[in-house]
Design a protein around this ligand. Structure first.
Ligand SMILES: [Zn+2]
Length: 455
């Protein structure tokens, strides 16, 4: 699909050919292309083409009484003085004797003829089209990004936020700015928005200078673009990142081919843990509500036991079968009495849980992935980049546990002491969030923590 630089190139070529020429006759061979405007041909007769302008991916023919908007969509092309074929849907006959033909193999392109008085505001009001990157302020762009939970890649493609960027340039801009394509809009800092806007202009301007990108069928009135020689990631799966030497990868993100460097645009896997009753579950629920991916190790274990063959095997191995079925209560009492048995069970279960986690991480394409692992430090699992401890004061922990589970003090202390101490966990954690106030205070601290993943 032609994006801003390609449409700008077409605009420049059209201006060289059409300025001051007059339309004398129009043939329309496929009515949908002209938005079923029944007066399209008659209105255009005797209209002078004063200039061709562009906004985002729209071409705008400035006529005497009208503005003619042309959107090429997937495959729309213009030809000058070429004989029509079956894909030619509109022909403009000009006073100079020349012909401008509109050609579209997919038939998705559209013309819209608008009265000149409504023409200037048409795209903004009727199409909800945002400004081009070069006429957009940082404030405008930042406001369009920061309140969205969509990914930054989707936001860059959203023509109501920023005009003219399609899949090729979104991939290139995010690579140049070293931003993960799946980063959520609300995590984009003002600095990053500034960087993205500047990078967008640099990338688009260089491409305009090169006449756009010709990798599929794009050409502008017979001219092919040269920006494909400057592409860093788009279409480069398996090639080497020129910046860091990693191999460029491709994933599908909301059905769009997304090319990126796994090192320059790295996602982060966060091991999340806590102590008993420190508030990890509240943190997890908040993260899920904000749309983050959280992999729950306890759930993986529960699913494991749902597998009949697995629970049979465990039941036999630990003598915990009751009427031929695994008795979970019996199993817990066996392993809590005997540390050796406990370690044996862990030796069976932990590797399965870890490989399930690692598989889920490798299959997903997320900027941040949280692993909810109560025994993060005890198990010596290494499949995360950074760890986060939800922590609280020991007396508060005891108080919360007694209230939550209706326990006596000695029972609560027994349960707390059966785990790795908070003192030890604090030493091992990369970051600590102290949960010693209200839920709202916890959420604000999590928001602050998330801001640490932006520049
Ligand atoms: Zn790289």
């Amino acid at each position: 699909m032609p994006e801003l630089p390609e449409v700008e190139t077409i605009k420049r070529h059209l201006n060289l050919l059409l300025t001051h020429d007059v339309i004398v006759k129009v043939d329309v061979f496929y009515r949908n292309i002209v938005s079923n405007d029944k007066d399209f041909e008659t209105k255009l007769v005797n209209q002078t083409i004063h200039e061709v302008k562009r906004s985002a991916k729209y071409l705008i023919f400035i006529l005497d009484d009208y503005m003619l908007y042309s959107h090429l969509r997937m495959e729309g092309k213009y030809f000058y003085d070429e004989l029509p074929d079956k894909h030619t849907h509109v022909v403009f006959h000009l006073k100079s004797g020349h012909k401008l033909s509109y050609h579209d193999t997919r038939k998705f392109g559209r013309f819209e003829l608008v009265d000149k008085k409504d023409g200037l505001t048409y795209l903004k009001e009727q199409k909800k089209l945002a400004s081009d990157p070069d006429s957009m302020t940082l404030d405008e762009f930042y406001q369009g990004v920061v309140n969205k939970s969509k990914t930054i890649k989707e936001i860059l493609l959203d023509q109501s936020v920023i005009g003219g960027i399609g899949n090729i340039y979104a991939n290139e801009i995010l690579y140049s700015a070293k931003i993960h394509p799946a980063k959520k809009g609300f995590l984009i800092s003002r600095n990053e928005a500034d960087l993205l806007l500047k990078t967008a202009n640099d990338v688009l301007n260089l491409s305009i200078q090169m006449g756009g990108t010709t990798i599929n069928t794009y050409e502008s009135l017979g001219h092919k673009g040269l920006y494909q020689r400057h592409l860093n990631v788009h279409g480069k799966t398996g090639e080497v990142c020129t910046r860091c030497g990693s191999i460029i990868d491709k994933v599908m993100l909301k059905n769009r081919g997304t090319y990126y460097c796994p090192t320059c645009q790295k996602g982060v896997v966060i091991g999340l843990t806590g102590g008993i009753a420190t508030g990890k579950t509240s943190a997890v629920n908040y993260l899920k509500k904000k749309g983050f991916m959280v992999i729950d190790s306890d759930e993986i274990v529960r699913n494991l036991y749902k597998d009949e063959a697995f629970s049979q095997m465990i039941g036999k191995k630990f003598n915990a079968l009751n009427e031929g079925k695994l008795d979970k209560k019996l199993l817990s009492s066996i392993i809590f009495k005997d540390n050796k048995q406990k370690r044996l069970l862990e030796k069976i279960i932990h590797p399965i849980v870890f490989s399930t986690i690692e598989e889920a991480v490798s299959k997903s394409f997320e900027h941040l992935i949280f692993l909810d692992i109560p025994l993060l430090f005890e198990t010596k699992f290494k499949g995360f980049d950074t760890s986060l401890l939800i922590d609280t004061d020991e007396s508060l922990q005891l108080e919360r546990l007694i209230q939550r589970d209706h326990l006596r003090i000695d029972e609560a202390l027994d349960r707390i002491n059966s785990q790795m101490s908070l003192v030890k966990k604090r030493k091992l954690a990369d970051k600590i969030i102290r949960n010693d106030g209200s839920l709202k205070a916890l959420y604000l601290k999590i928001d602050d923590y998330l801001k640490g993943f932006s520049i």
